[in-house]
Design a protein around this ligand. Structure first.
Ligand code: FAD
Length: 621
């Protein structure tokens, strides 16, 4: 049958990409349908119950700054929060939260169910309705035809999914879920370039069978970090500890002795796995000189005894998994509740997409998430939001939007994928961004919320909170810049021990704050009253301390912008350009950029390399 209502946007898949896509399109006022296999698994975390981490929390905060669901859901579900790289500079600082799997799903589902303009429907999509070169809708497994102007495909690891445990394998989208084989076959008929990737997950353990006294407890941080700009510590549920233990020589012996029963090492799995999230058999094989690897024992939730042993993802046979687990300190009597497994699935070469995530071959069809070759909830969520925005814009014939590399990690990721493609599951790192100091996790709202408001993603409450924050930062900055102390001011007395050198002339509070030995609380209330809200204090402090670096990065961006149309000749041999590293030469020779701006957008091609190219071009003239 033809479903009687017509939609502006249909999103297929209720994972991390699909839910953000559907919410974004609906927030922008488009009639949106979210079609998914199972409403009970909306927002399901297929693997570890944790959100954020280095590079990844930047994406979560960008999703949040654009009104998305992931940040707030994390605040409502997080049971242990930490700031990673706390002692390093703000560019690489990151927030990580262990999440209660059930609370996280409930938070996402509640946002979906309460979102105006959004309709949910439970059923597998079996086919796309394509007329000429344009998608027109979706056909479900029971033959219901849904019609829409645009379609977002966010089907994760489900297309042609095959699950491996040892040398046994069976079709599946993830443990307990069916694969999407009909749709996979249909997509293979279209001109997209398809390949296979794989990922894996560890066995889950019953906490009742674990001796935590043999492990190191890892509590969350105090003060406790918050993920969303609209979140607060009051939203967090009860907090619990994670634990740390280690593999040992015995563990590694067991793995080595059974490698021939691993689907990866016996050649049964052809797909490439995530380099930075390897299985334990991969780690033991690749780093044969190491006799121990860390294992983080993470609770799956407040109301379950299941544990997630982070660091021993595996597709070895079950009997070996049990031996491996029981060889680890504290888990000598452990009971496995669910075996670990690897999954192989279809992904599409993201070079066949535009920056809006619309496919080049089928108009009005957008791809988001793991099907574009990425791994991770955060990577999926950010792409989902972008695809949802662009599907919504296209539905009303509005111009597409995507953030640039100097505006957002989301921009870096999409540009990396579209420019370079990927041969292994792509995950975000801070090192992928050239302008790290501008793209901090703490300023994602200042970078993106205004654009989000313009797009229709930001509701009045979030906008009011954002404007209040922005005004407060500006007021406090002005106050610090215009409040002066002389070397003899009595207000300086409390700082006598802290100052590395005494003041020689009159200085503003802002100048004092720029001194490395002083922090905001030291100077804020020397004269007048500082702000209490730590988020405002943090912005004022970071901007003060890193002003020089931030300005330099901004100048680089401006310079590149002035020269972005400078053409790079087709036949240029980058091996002959002095000063470029071999890696950059190889990337340029491969990607053959057309302009200087294009060269600068290639992942790994640094602003310094672009300057060298600019000088090279000037010499040739
Ligand atoms: P998914 O979260 O997979 O969601 C896809 C959704 O689409 C599901 O709701 C599914 O039911 C639905 N769907 C699929 N086909 C259809 C259809 N035809 N019709 C209707 N609905 C459909 N990431 C990490 O960062 N680290 C890890 O260690 C890690 N390990 C993983 C291990 C395993 C075994 C798996 C499966 C994934 C792992 N991931 C890991 C990846 C992470 O789970 C994904 O990157 C993330 O969930 C991708 O989000 P997504 O929205 O693209 O897809």
């Amino acid at each position: 049958m033809d479903y009687p209502n017509r939609f502006d946007v249909i999103v297929i898949g209720g994972g991390h990409a699909g839910t953000e896509a559907a919410l974004a399109a609906a927030r922008m006022g488009r009639q949106t349908l979210l079609l998914t296999h199972n409403i009970e698994t909306l927002g399901q975390m297929s693997c570890n119950p944790a959100i954020g981490g280095i590079g990844k929390s930047h994406l979560v905060k960008e999703i949040d700054a654009l009104g998305g669901a992931m940040g707030l859901a994390t605040d409502m579900a997080g049971i242990q929060f930490r700031t990673l790289n706390a002692r390093k500079g703000p560019a690489v600082r990151a927030t990580r939260a262990q999440a209660d799997r059930a609370l996280y799903k409930a938070a996402i589902r509640s946002q979906l169910e309460n979102q105006p303009n959004l309709t949910l429907f439970q059923q597998g999509a079996e086919d796309l309705i394509v007329e000429g070169d344009t998608v027109r809708g979706v056909v479900t497994q029971t033959g219901i035809r849904f019609h829409a102007t645009t379609v977002v495909l966010a089907t994760g690891t489900f297309l042609g999914g095959v699950i491996h445990i040892g040398l046994d394998n069976h079709a599946g989208g993830r443990a307990g879920d069916p694969p999407a084989n009909g749709l996979a076959a249909r997509l293979r008929e279209l001109p997209f370039r398809v390949d296979r990737l794989k990922t894996g997950t560890p066995p889950r353990i019953d906490a009742k069978s674990v001796d935590f006294s043999m492990m190191e407890a890892q509590p969350g941080d105090t003060p406790r970090p918050v993920m969303s700009y609209m979140g607060s510590r009051e939203l967090h549920p009860e907090q619990v500890n994670c634990y740390i233990t280690h593999t040992n020589e015995r563990t590694h012996e067991i793995i080595f002795a059974n490698l021939d029963r691993s689907p990866m090492y016996s050649g049964v799995i052809g797909g490439v796995g995530p380099r930075y999230c390897p299985s334990i058999e991969d780690k033991v094989h690749r780093f044969a000189d190491k006799n121990s690897h860390q294992v983080f024992i993470e609770p799956e939730g407040l109301n379950t005894h299941e544990l997630y042993p982070n660091g021993i993802s595996t597709s070895l046979p079950f009997d070996t998994q049990l031996e491996v687990v029981r060889s680890i300190r504290g888990m000598e009597n452990a009971h496995i509740t669910r075996p670990g497994y690897a999954i192989e699935y279809d992904f599409f070469n993201p070079q066949d997409l535009l920056h809006s995530l619309e496919t080049r071959f089928v108009k009005n069809l957008f791809f988001a998430g793991q099907i574009n070759g990425t791994t991770g909830y955060e990577e999926a969520g950010a792409q989902g939001l972008l695809a949802g925005v662009n599907a919504a814009l296209r539905a009303t014939d509005d111009e597409a939007w995507h953030p640039l590399r100097n505006e957002a990690y989301t921009g870096v990721m999409v540009d990396d994928l579209i420019t370079l493609g990927t041969r292994e599951p792509y995950r975000m790192f801070t090192s992928r961004a050239e302008y790290r100091l501008l793209l901090r996790e703490d300023n994602a709202d200042l970078r993106l919320t205004e654009k989000g408001r313009e797009l229709g993603l930001i509701d009045d409450a979030r906008w009011a909170a954002f404007e209040a924050k922005r005004d407060a930062i500006s007021r406090e900055t002005t106050r610090l810049e215009s409040t002066w102390l002389t070397p003899s001011s009595p207000e300086l007395a409390p700082l006598a021990d802290k100052l590395s050198s005494p003041l020689k002339r009159e200085a503003s509070l802002m100048e004092l704050l720029k001194r490395p030995e002083l922090e905001y609380p030291d100077v804020a209330s020397l004269k007048g009253q500082g702000v209490e809200d730590w988020r405002i204090a943090e912005q004022v402090q970071i901007t003060a301390k890193y002003a020089g670096y931030i300005q330099r990065q901004q100048e680089e961006i401006d310079r590149l912008r002035r020269h972005e149309n400078t053409a790079l000749p087709e036949g240029i041999d980058y091996d002959t350009v002095d000063g470029l590293s071999n890696e950059i030469k190889q990337k340029l020779n491969e990607a053959r950029p057309v302009t200087l701006a294009h060269a600068g957008r290639i992942s790994g091609v640094t602003p310094a390399a672009v300057s060298i190219l600019l000088i090279h071009m000037k010499k040739r003239q």
